[in-house]
Design a protein around this ligand. Structure first.
Ligand code: ZN
Length: 220
């Protein structure tokens, strides 16, 4: 019986291992961590991880910027955050409604998920179709993923979390509603997909985060 179990494990483990995002957090400024995605288009090798997400560990708790392309990614992101800090996640901001930025929302269902009002409306209108498209493109990585709409309307202005004053900017250009966040403590600008560098881009496939840090400028 045992060898049968081992045989089953040996067959199934590699398949499971292939579906791990293996997120590697990179500290880019004080309290600020980047999870950098692939610059390829969506495919079954990257599981839709063509997005840059980020989190800020404030005194008050963790602020997350975008939740990634799938439930599995969102869960991996929470584990990654928990490995960095024991502070709770207290806020999620979504930069825009594209699937690689919002389909990890399920993993943050216990946290306020904030977006511009128009972003929520766009996700309401297009979310299911975008999720179906993601299932077609990346397959099993998406298993169990459902669209979760934001539950908080974010207005432009300064929102403070611990010692980080985050200036929320209501913009447009990549989509009809793009939210950018300037952390006034570190000078990091989280621009969602408003800025691209060395990557694939189309209206539905996008990946980048722009970072300006004090006198230096980083495009990552
Ligand atoms: Zn986008």
């Amino acid at each position: 019986m045992r060898w049968i179990l081992l045989l089953v494990l040996s067959v199934s483990l590699p398949a499971m291992a292939e579906l791990e995002y293996s997120l590697k957090p990179r500290q880019i400024a004080e309290d600020t961590w980047l999870l950098e995605g692939s610059t390829d288009n969506f495919n079954k090798a990257n599981g839709g991880n063509i997005v840059n997400t980020a989190f800020i560990v404030t005194e008050q708790g963790v602020v997350v910027i975008d939740t990634g392309p799938s439930k599995r990614y969102g869960e991996a992101m929470r584990k990654t955050i928990a490995a960095i800090t024991d502070k709770p996640v207290i806020q999620v901001f979504l930069t825009h409604h594209h699937p690689d930025h919002v389909l990890g929302n399920q993993a943050f269902a216990d946290v306020p998920i904030g977006a511009l009002a128009a972003t929520t409306e766009l996700l309401h209108q297009q979310g299911d179709a975008m999720a179906e498209n993601m299932y077609r493109m990346v397959g099993d990585w998406m298993r169990g993923t459902e669209v979760v709409l934001p539950n908080q309307v974010v207005t432009p202005g300064v929102h403070s979390f611990g010692n980080h004053d985050l200036r929320v900017l209501g913009l447009g250009g990549h989509t009809a509603a793009d939210l950018a966040i300037l952390d006034q403590r570190t000078g990091v600008l989280f621009a969602g997909d408003l800025v691209f560098y060395h990557g694939f881009w189309s209206l539905t496939n996008c990946y980048l985060l722009f970072i300006a840090h004090k006198s230096d400028t980083y495009l990552i």
